[in-house]
Design a protein around this ligand. Structure first.
Ligand SMILES: Cc1cc2nc3c(=O)[nH]c(=O)nc-3n(C[C@H](O)[C@H](O)[C@H](O)COP(=O)(O)OP(=O)(O)OC[C@H]3O[C@@H](n4cnc5c(N)ncnc54)[C@H](O)[C@@H]3O)c2cc1C
Length: 211
């Protein structure tokens, strides 16, 4: 079980994100294994204690502030590892991976991940998926929901679950889009579960870029 940190100095560091919203958690956990996320969420569910997943806390809306107290689960502790699979043109990352590092990794393998919120140098893939992050490239390539093909998360009862995209075209509308289960999770701001791994498809690196 991951230790619940109650040191006031540590708690005060989690009182704010970049918004004006403020709220003090009763405890902070920094799980290093998915099992620990399952345990803490399961325990909090039984006790009715609020839990909040946070990444780099670059939220401008107070979404990563524990306004109801409870336990903040710092998902960056789970790791920043990521791998590119050139065969399937996909990238798999742990929730603490920083977007800018993933851009670099994709480029090193001859691919491009056109998801570029301005906060890319700081924000995590976990936070980007949870907020359906978008950026300048989204005008042409859509938001991150259009690139996510697989997710692993811990649900509100503390159970690990996996979602896979069935291969429906990402810009599909209507009933076809409803079959794309990962899409339901993207943008849910942590309300459907804590993301522990994300798989994104990649596109071949463009031959040239302007700017
Ligand atoms: C200077 C600046 C520029 C920005 N530019 C953009 C932009 O261009 N486009 C854009 O979309 N946003 C932008 N943002 C907003 C913010 O950076 C993004 O929403 C970012 O994706 C959040 O990532 P994070 O790791 O900081 O998440 P956090 O701020 O820590 O969390 C954000 C939300 O995601 C949830 N969450 C975090 N990690 C997980 C997880 N592992 N599982 C489940 N839920 C989780 C939190 O509970 C919270 O609801 C900007 C912010 C700043 C400060």
């Amino acid at each position: 079980m991951s230790t619940v940190i109650r040191d006031p100095e540590v708690l005060s560091r989690y009182e704010r994100d970049v918004s004006v919203v403020q709220g003090r958690p009763d405890g902070v956990v920094r799980p290093t294994e998915v099992d620990q996320v399952e345990q803490i969420v399961g325990l909090c569910a039984k006790e009715g204690t609020p839990v909040l997943a946070v990444g780099a806390r670059t939220s401008t809306t107070g979404a990563s502030v524990a306004t109801d107290g409870g336990v903040v689960v710092d998902m960056t502790a789970l790791g920043t590892d990521a791998q590119v699979d050139p065969q399937t043109a996909t990238l798999r990352a742990q929730p603490g991976a920083v977007l800018a590092d993933l851009h670099l990794l994709a480029r090193q393998h001859g691919f491009d991940m056109p998801v570029d919120p301005t906060s890319s140098p700081d924000c995590t893939i976990g936070g980007a998926v949870a907020t359906n992050a978008s950026g300048p490239s989204s005008f042409r390539h859509g938001a991150i929901a259009d690139w996510v093909v697989g997710l692993e998360f811990v649900d509100g009862l503390g159970q690990r679950r996996r979602l896979r995209s069935p291969g429906v075209p990402k810009r599909a509308m209507g009933p076809a889009a409803l079959q794309d289960a990962p899409r339901w999770f993207v943008g849910s701001e942590g309300t459907l579960g804590m993301l522990t791994e994300a798989t994104l498809r990649l596109r071949p690196s463009p031959k040239s870029m302007i700017g």
